[in-house]
Design a protein around this ligand. Structure first.
Ligand code: MLT
Ligand code: MN
Ligand code: ZN
Length: 307
């Protein structure tokens, strides 16, 4: 059976965000709304409950590990349940936690060539880590429009498929304005014993035929819950960018994520990577209630799923 632990369910900045006084951040701090704090985006996956694949390394990783006994098995004087790390993209909220793993063993890192390049150029964390634990890169050979399957030797019993997504490289990337396949991926994970499948995509800008096919196969979907509306950050005057410019499909409106999820057969549909401005974080907000009516769950830190 595949186990999934949500380590962090918020988008970049976390919730509440340090400098933010939006309805949610301010309301949560003052105890004025029904809502819970969330750390930045990451999940852990295991088939045996002992060896875990860390999917994305959040800046909040140390807090997340402390909150998750399964990642601290204490079998030897120095030990971790994290057997390998996989990156969906090279965004700050998904990679900077790698720095906090420097005291450990050489990191088995699974990512595309595009992400590996970013980690050696625009944000050279791999080069920095070579002076500490070191990183062993395992390439995910994604090509445009084509998915690729692979296994992770430490994660016996699971089969992985990377699905290239239409999205954007991070602002610091040398290929920010010239997207390449592998800047962002979705991940299909199959438990070989039960056959059941998870599709995970915390950043999903639009849904290509390849992505739609992968989503249709999944028994459980954990997908981009960043924004409720396309102009959420603009209306609040926090940014000049619409959701699409940041590579995120909003939930509401025609063609939005709710409509997409309504058309899919998965038995569990979960929104993850939720920005602190998103009204769904307020459990009494009509938007949150609407999601429930559509059978859509809102991920929270510590949420556990079994497939
Ligand atoms: C995003 O996915 O757009 C981010 O959360 C950006 C960030 O980490 O600042
Ligand atoms: Mn993000
Ligand atoms: Zn906020």
């Amino acid at each position: 059976m595949m186990k999934i632990i949500v380590l962090g369910s918020a988008a970049g900045g976390g919730y509440p965000q340090w400098n933010c006084n939006c309805h949610n951040c301010d309301g949560l701090r003052r105890g004025a709304i029904r809502s819970r704090p969330r750390t930045q985006s990451s999940i852990a996956i295991s088939a045996n409950g002992q060896d875990w694949l860390l999917v994305n390394a959040s800046p909040d990783i140390l807090t997340q590990i402390r909150a998750t006994p399964a990642l601290q098995p204490a079998r030897t004087a120095r030990d971790s349940g994290i057997a390998a790390v996989l990156l969906m993209d090279a965004q700050v909220d998904h990679v900077t936690g790698l720095m906090m793993l420097r005291e450990g063993k050489r990191i088995h890192l699974y990512c595309s060539a595009a992400v590996w390049e970013d980690l050696n150029a625009g944000l050279p964390l791999a080069r920095v880590l070579s002076h500490y634990c070191g990183v062993e890169w395992h390439e995910l050979p994604v090509a445009q429009g084509d998915r690729c399957s692979f296994s992770v030797p430490q994660l016996e019993g699971l089969r992985f498929t990377a699905v290239p997504l239409d999205s954007k490289a991070p602002p610091y990337s040398p290929h920010r304005d010239a997207p390449v396949a592998g800047d962002n991926i979705g991940l299909l994970v199959q438990d070989l014993a039960t056959g059941s499948k998870l599709f995970y995509a915390p950043g999903l800008g639009s849904i290509s035929p390849t992505t739609a096919a992968a989503m249709r196969e999944a028994d459980c979907l954990m997908v981009d819950g960043t924004f409720w509306t396309e102009d959420e950050m603009i209306t609040l005057r926090f940014s000049s960018k619409p959701a699409a410019a940041m590579g995120h499909l909003p939930q509401s409106g025609p063609g939005g994520m709710i409509e997409v999820l309504d058309g899919l057969p998965a038995s569990r549909k979960v929104l993850i990577h939720i920005n602190n401005t998103n009204p769904i974080l307020d459990e009494e907000a009509p938007q949150h209630v609407l999601l429930r009516r559509h059978g859509i769950e809102v991920a929270f830190d510590g949420m556990e799923l079994e497939l």
